[in-house]
Write a protein of this length. Structure first.
Length: 56
């Protein structure tokens, strides 16, 4: 589980972290973030299959 960690990372480090946890490891990852568009763009850049669940 990654809890709002991307707020503290620049784009390059965010890319590297997502690539490592989502493509180089076999498992399920839960990510919380307050910027939906940032996550969608990052997943798209890496061609990562994902599902976003929004809570209101």
């Amino acid at each position: 589980m990654l809890d709002d960690v991307f707020e503290k990372l620049d784009a390059s480090r965010m890319h590297n972290l997502l690539e490592w946890v989502c493509t180089q490891n076999d498992g399920q990852v839960f990510i919380t973030d307050t910027h939906k568009e940032r996550l969608e763009q990052a997943f798209g850049n890496l061609n990562i299959q994902h599902q976003i669940i929004e809570l209101n």
